[in-house]
Design a protein around this ligand. Structure first.
Ligand SMILES: Cc1cc2nc3c(=O)[nH]c(=O)nc-3n(C[C@H](O)[C@H](O)[C@H](O)COP(=O)(O)OP(=O)(O)OC[C@H]3O[C@@H](n4cnc5c(N)ncnc54)[C@H](O)[C@@H]3O)c2cc1C
Length: 448
């Protein structure tokens, strides 16, 4: 067992060894737990802390897992047996908001919604809006290149990252990017670290781009359809139409039923699926009416435009609602948005063939689907559910899609990598990993 004296001297009571607290820091929110207990966790308070912890681990061959808030769904932040957990939960300072340049500089452990709240005080907002925004960290969002509800209008997290401070596996500290709008100096290392899932370096600080809050009152809208495929076709039409939504989400009948039984909000369960979304700007009401008109033309049986946020709140509840129902086996596939109707038809066929009910919620405007399979929580049930998810994932790839739209690969989806990437692309990724972390210290054997 590695000698912890040096870490004890530096971190004092910020070196966690107490088993119960350590167990809390050892897993993320995915269905897979850690394979064994870590030796300790450090609660870093600075870039220098992270550097010291990584240098200590790298010199001793101790594997390190990196943790923001542990809301990840891919097993990426799970601890290694005998490993060290580096937690960013105490690095929560907003270091500055530069309203004139529409950027914010934050420590990596800042909660996403808190950054958004601080930006709103000066008329700006932080565009990435994962449904976990009230609990996940900005560093975790960057490390997973998180998506969310507003991506259809504002892009994913990578579109909002300007510059990073990163600690490499051996403890060296590096800065990437610039605060300028344009920057073409060397390789784009900022992008390399976005979505790297803790495998290439620990992000300790980020400069992110903010946007101005749209004037006027937003509107939310709902359109209910008798079939999922009709809802999918409507999404494709909306995304290609003149009235652009800021949010465009889909919940199928089973998901609405599950969400309503978890926390009733008065939603009527549709026969097929429900689209919910939001429009912003001075013409928000007109855009919402125009979008619901498109939905009616394409077969919506019932539509609604509202001034409240209740419809989107229901969508945000989908993950906890599914968890409460014990539905754990899910996916995060993406398809080109024009393939949505086809993917929904294929999912219905797969569900019927396997005799398993599938619930789907989707960041529909991005073509990003979260399908969850109803199955007993035992070995046989999990294997049966996994077989359904495998088929849905292969279907998405056959339509030009991806195995992960936003949650990343972690340990949960690593076996799927060769389904999407060719052998050379996998080799190149592993060569980059070997160049930055030759001893395999940082989140080894995950993500790539
Ligand atoms: C209810 C719920 C709703 C969700 N909704 C969405 C959604 O809409 N969109 C979406 O994309 N995701 C969503 N997620 C998944 C999750 O919230 C995101 O992946 C989020 O970005 C993870 O942030 P975190 O701080 O919890 O990271 P963690 O779970 O702690 O870590 C996630 C990964 O990032 C790495 N990591 C974390 N911090 C750092 C750092 N500072 N430097 C380097 N690596 C780091 C970890 O090692 C791990 O591989 C949801 C999860 C839940 C539970």
């Amino acid at each position: 067992m590695a000698d912890l004296q040096d870490l004890e001297r530096r971190f004092g009571d910020r070196l966690i060894r107490e088993p119960e607290r350590l167990a809390e820091l050892a897993h993320d929110s995915s269905r897979v737990g850690p394979e064994g207990a870590p030796i300790a966790a450090v609660l870093a308070e600075s870039t220098e802390d992270v550097s010291a912890a990584l240098a200590w681990a790298d010199a001793r061959g101790v594997r390190v897992s990196v943790r923001g808030a542990g809301t990840g769904l891919a097993g990426g932040a799970n601890a290694y047996p005998g490993g060290l957990v580096v937690s960013l939960e105490r690095m929560t300072r907003v270091l500055g908001i530069d309203a004139a340049n529409r950027t914010a500089t934050v420590e990596a452990g800042v909660i996403t919604a808190q950054l958004d709240g601080r930006a709103r005080e000066v008329g700006l907002f932080f565009p990435p809006d994962p449904a976990s925004a009230r609990t996940s960290t900005v560093g975790g969002n960057i490390a997973t290149n998180a998506g969310g509800l507003r991506c259809v209008a504002h892009g994913v997290t990578s579109d909002a990252v300007a510059a990073l401070v990163v600690v490499l596996a051996d403890g060296r500290v590096m800065r990437t990017g610039a605060r300028t709008r344009k920057n073409v100096v060397g390789y784009d290392l900022t992008s390399l670290f976005v979505g790297s899932e803790g495998t290439l370096g620990v992000i300790t600080e980020a400069t992110v781009r903010l946007k101005p809050i749209s004037p006027g009152a937003p509107r939310t809208f709902r359109a209910s359809f008798d079939t999922l495929t009709a809802a999918g076709a409507a999404v494709t039409a909306i995304v290609n139409g003149d009235a652009q939504p800021e949010v465009l989400e889909l919940m199928d009948a089973l998901s609405v039923e599950i969400i309503e039984s978890f926390q009733p909000s008065g939603l009527t369960v549709p026969a097929g699926a429900m689209l919910v979304g939001q429009t912003v700007g001075l013409d928000a009401a007109a855009k919402a009416e125009s979008i619901t008109a498109v939905c009616r033309e394409l077969g919506a049986s019932d539509t609604e435009v509202s001034e409240t946020d209740a419809l989107l709140e229901a969508r945000r509840l989908s993950n906890p609602a599914l968890n409460a129902r014990g539905l754990k086996i899910g996916c995060d596939v993406g398809v080109p948005v024009a393939a949505l109707a086809e993917v929904f038809a294929g999912i219905a066929e797969i569900s019927e063939r396997h005799g398993k009910r599938v619930s789907t919620v989707a960041h529909a405007g991005d073509g990003n689907l979260h399908c969850t399979v109803e199955a007993p929580d035992d070995a046989t049930g999990i294997a049966a559910a996994d077989a359904v998810i495998d088929d849905i994932t292969r279907l998405a790839i056959s339509l030009g899609g991806t195995i992960s739209g936003e949650h990343g690969i972690g340990s949960v989806k690593r076996h799927e990598l060769p389904w999407q990437l060719d052998a050379t692309a996998i080799d190149v990724q592993r060569a980059i990993k070997a160049a930055l972390d030759p001893r395999g210290t940082l989140t080894p054997d995950r993500a790539i």
